[in-house]
Design a protein around this ligand. Structure first.
Ligand SMILES: *[C@@H]1O[C@H](CO)[C@@H](O)[C@H](O)[C@H]1NC(C)=O
Ligand SMILES: *[C@@H]1O[C@H](CO)[C@@H](O)[C@H](O)[C@H]1NC(C)=O
Ligand SMILES: *[C@@H]1O[C@H](CO)[C@@H](O)[C@H](O)[C@H]1NC(C)=O
Ligand SMILES: *[C@@H]1O[C@H](CO)[C@@H](O)[C@H](O)[C@H]1NC(C)=O
Ligand SMILES: *[C@@H]1O[C@H](CO)[C@@H](O)[C@H](O)[C@H]1NC(C)=O
Length: 576
C-alpha cells in the first residue's frame, strides 16, 4: 500500500489591494452573525489541489488567480507532491521536500522551491539544487515560519511513497531554511528524539509556533514543547486522550486558537479527528469502513493548563483528513474529510480492506461544523444553516479562508482522474472549487484604508474606517491563512491586535503585534471585524520585510556534506 502524492503546486494569486481598518473595545460578549450560509461551486483548479496557500499554493505547478478564476502554469522542476510549505519573513513561499518519483525533472525529496508572489503573473518557481536544497530527504514533512522569519522543516520519511512511517525510513530530524549554524549542527539536519518516540504514525507532524518562542509539536498520540534555539524538548505533554492518533495516516485537523490581548496571548491548541487504529498492524488490514475519531482535544499551554491536561469534546460526526479553518470572527470551521478509514492512496493490489478503488477512506463528511471556542462546553459545535456539500473532499483535499471572508474548498484525489482512466469510479480526482459564505458575507461590511505594506512590531498606525451603522464591537485581527496540505495546516494563525476606535468612529488606532513569537515576521491579512462582520482582509507584511538571516558558512557546509539530489532517479514508477 503506497500513498502517492501527486504533483502539484497551485498558487492562488490574490490580487489584493493594500489596506484600510478598526479595532477593539473591551468586548465582553462576542458577536457572531447567525443565519443561512451559502455554498457555491465555482471554477476549477486546473490541477489537483493538494496544497493550498492563499497568495499561493499548491498542486501541479499552477497558479489560480482567485479574482479572475484563471489558472496559469508554474514550472517547478522537482516533484512537489507531498511537500510542505511556509512563507518566510520577506514574503517568499518556500516549498520543501516532496516526492521522489520523477515525472519530469528531479526528485522532490530534498528540493527547496522558492516562489515570490507577484501581481503581474510573471513570477515563477525558482529551484537550483546545486546551491539550494535540504540537507536530508523528506517526504511528508511539516514546517513552520519561526520568530526570525526563517522556516523550520520537521520530520517526514527519507523515501516515498510510504503508507506509514517506520524506523528504517523515518527522518527523525529537523533543519532550517535558510540553513543555520546552531547547536553544533552547521547547516545539517538535527536529530529530534520526539520523532523516534512517535513512530509509526508520525508523518506530517502538527507544529505551532508559540508566543514564548517555543514550538508545540504533536505526532501520533504524543505532544511536546520544543525549543529549537537550544535544541531541547522543554516538556513532554500529556498524550492525546483515549488513544487517538492524530498524524498521517490517521490525519486529524488542528488549530492554534486565536491569540488575543484579552487572553494575554495565551496559546491553546485544539486537535480534532484522527483514528484509534493501531499503528503497528499491517496497513493492508486497515479498513476503509473503520470509523474515524470524533474527538476534539484542547489544551491550554500554560503550567496550569498543562497540569489540567486535555479537555475532550465530541464532534457531530467522526472525521479523518479534516481541516480546521480559523474565521476572522474567532470561530473555527471544521470541514472536509471522511468519516471512516484512513488517509492515503492504495496502489492496485495494495489497498486496505473495503477500499473504494484506491481510496482507503469512505463516507465523506459533507457537512461542515462551526466550533465556537468561547461558548460554554456542550454548545460549541453547530451546523445550523450550513448546507452540505455534495463533493467528497478526502485525500489531497484542502481548504482555506480567502481575503474576502469566504472559505474555499479544493481538491481530493482518492482515485485517479476519471477522464484519464475512462471509468466512473466513485471519488475521482476532483478539480472543482467550492466557496462557503458565512452569514456575515451578506451583511453590510466594514471597510478600511491606510494599511501600509509593512507593519513592524509594536508600531502604532491609524486606519480610516467605515463601519456599518450601530457597530459596537470593533476589533482588528491579523490572520495567516497558512499552507494547507493533506489536512495539515502549516502556519495558520489569528492574532487580535490592540486597537482603539476614535470617538467619531471614523478612524481606529492599531498597535502592531507585540513580538515576533506571537506573529512570526512575514505575510498577514488584516481584518477589521465589526460585530462579527469582517472587512475584506488586506495583505501586509509583519516585521521589516527583510529576508531571514543567511549563514554562508552553514550553507557551504551543508553543500559540502550533501550531494545534489537533482540527479537522483527513483525506482518507483507511477504514471499520472
Ligand atoms: C518500512 O517502510 C518501507 C517503505 O514503505 C518498507 O519498504 C519497509 O519494508 C518497512 N520496514 C519495516 C521494517 O516495516
Ligand atoms: C466579496 O464578497 C462580496 C459579498 O459576497 C462580493 O460582493 C464581492 O464581490 C467580493 N469581493 C471580492 C474581491 O471577491
Ligand atoms: C471508454 O471505454 C469504452 C469501453 O471500453 C470505449 O468504448 C470508449 O471509447 C472509451 N472512451 C475513452 C474516452 O477512451
Ligand atoms: C527571501 O529570502 C530567501 C532566503 O534568503 C531568498 O532566497 C529570497 O530570494 C528572498 N526573497 C525576496 C523577495 O527577497
Ligand atoms: C569540504 O570538506 C572537506 C573536508 O571535509 C574539505 O577538504 C573541502 O575543502 C570542503 N570543500 C568545500 C567546498 O568546502
Amino acid at each position: 500500500m503506497h500513498r502517492i502524492c501527486l504533483r502539484a503546486l497551485l498558487t492562488l494569486l490574490l490580487l489584493v489591494p493594500l489596506a484600510r481598518t478598526s479595532d477593539h473595545g473591551s468586548l465582553s460578549s462576542r458577536a457572531f452573525v447567525t443565519g443561512p450560509w451559502s455554498l457555491v461551486q465555482q471554477g476549477t483548479t486546473g490541477v489537483s489541489a493538494m496544497q493550498l496557500v492563499v497568495t499561493v499554493i499548491v498542486a501541479w505547478g499552477a497558479e489560480l488567480n482567485i479574482n479572475t478564476q484563471t489558472v496559469r502554469a508554474l514550472n517547478p522542476t522537482s516533484n512537489t507532491w507531498c511537500a510542505t510549505g511556509s512563507f518566510i519573513g520577506n514574503g517568499t513561499l518556500v516549498s520543501t521536500g516532496g516526492n521522489p518519483i520523477v515525472i519530469t525533472g528531479a526528485s522532490g525529496l530534498q528540493a527547496v522551491r522558492l516562489f515570490t508572489p507577484c501581481s503581474d503573473e510573471t513570477c515563477d518557481i525558482l529551484e537550483d539544487p546545486t546551491r539550494i536544497r535540504l540537507a536530508s530527504p523528506r517526504w511528508y514533512p511539516s514546517s513552520a515560519r519561526i520568530s526570525d522569519g526563517s522556516m523550520i522543516i520537521i520530520g517526514g520519511s527519507m523515501v516515498g511513497p510510504v503508507f506509514i512511517n517506520n524506523a528504517t525510513v523515518n527522518n527523525p530530524t529537523y533543519e532550517f531554511f535558510p540553513p543555520k549554524n546552531i547547536n553544533g549542527f552547521n547547516g545539517l539536519q538535527i536529530p529530534m528524539k520526539f520523532l523516534q518516540d512517535t513512530l509509526n504514525a508520525n508523518q506530517f507532524p502538527i507544529v505551532k509556533q508559540l508566543p514564548d518562542d517555543t514550538l508545540f509539536i504533536a505526532a501520533n498520540q504524543q505532544a511536546t514543547i520544543f525549543d529549537w534555539k537550544t535544541n531541547t524538548e522543554v516538556l513532554r505533554l500529556p498524550d492525546i486522550p483515549n488513544g487517538v492518533r492524530v498524524t498521517s495516516p490517521f490525519s486529524a485537523g488542528s488549530v492554534l486558537l486565536p491569540l488575543t490581548p484579552e487572553n494575554n496571548y495565551t496559546p491553546e491548541v485544539m486537535i480534532c479527528g484522527g483514528s484509534t487504529i493501531s499503528d503497528t498492524q499491517d496497513p493492508t488490514t486497515f479498513s476503509a469502513e473503520t470509523p474515524a475519531s470524533a474527538q476534539c482535544s484542547r489544551i491550554v499551554l500554560t503550567a496550569d493548563g498543562i497540569a489540567a491536561g486535555w479537555s475532550v469534546e465530541t464532534m457531530p460526526v467522526p472525521r479523518i483528513m479534516t481541516d480546521l479553518i480559523l474565521l476572522p470572527d474567532g470561530r473555527v470551521m471544521i470541514v472536509n474529510g471522511a468519516q471512516t478509514g484512513v488517509a492515503g492512496f492504495g496502489m492496485p493490489g495494495e489497498e486496505v480492506l473495503n477500499s473504494v478503488g484506491n481510496s482507503p477512506a469512505d463516507n465523506p463528511a459533507f457537512t461542515p461544523v462551526i466550533y465556537d471556542p468561547s461558548a460554554a462546553a456542550g454548545s460549541r459545535f453547530s451546523s445550523d444553516g450550513i448546507p452540505a456539500s455534495t463533493i467528497a473532499r478526502m485525500y489531497h483535499s484542502t481548504a482555506t479562508l480567502t481575503p474576502n471572508g469566504t472559505i474555499m474548498l479544493a481538491g481530493s484525489n482518492p482515485n485517479p482522474d476519471v477522464t484519464k482512466m475512462n471509468s466512473t469510479i466513485k471519488f475521482p480526482t476532483e478539480y472543482r472549487l467550492e466557496f462557503y459564505s458565512p452569514p456575515y458575507m451578506s451583511q453590510p461590511r466594514p471597510t478600511y484604508t491606510g494599511l501600509s505594506a509593512i507593519v513592524d512590531y509594536g508600531s502604532v498606525f491609524r486606519l480610516s474606517i467605515t463601519l456599518p451603522s450601530e457597530a459596537k464591537d470593533v476589533s482588528v485581527v491579523l490572520m495567516d491563512f497558512g499552507f494547507a496540505t493533506h489536512g495539515v495546516h502549516m502556519d495558520q494563525r489569528s492574532v487580535k491586535l490592540v486597537s482603539e476606535l476614535s470617538s467619531s468612529k471614523e478612524t481606529i488606532t492599531v498597535t502592531g503585534p507585540p513580538t515576533s513569537a506571537i506573529y512570526s515576521p512575514g505575510p498577514a491579512f488584516l481584518f477589521v471585524v465589526a460585530d462579527g462582520v469582517p472587512s475584506f482582509g488586506h495583505r501586509t507584511i509583519i516585521g521589516t520585510g527583510a529576508s531571514p538571516p543567511v549563514d554562508e558558512g552553514a550553507i557551504a557546509n551543508m553543500l559540502n556534506k550533501t550531494s545534489d539530489p537533482s540527479a537522483e532517479t527513483s525506482p518507483n514508477t507511477w504514471s499520472t
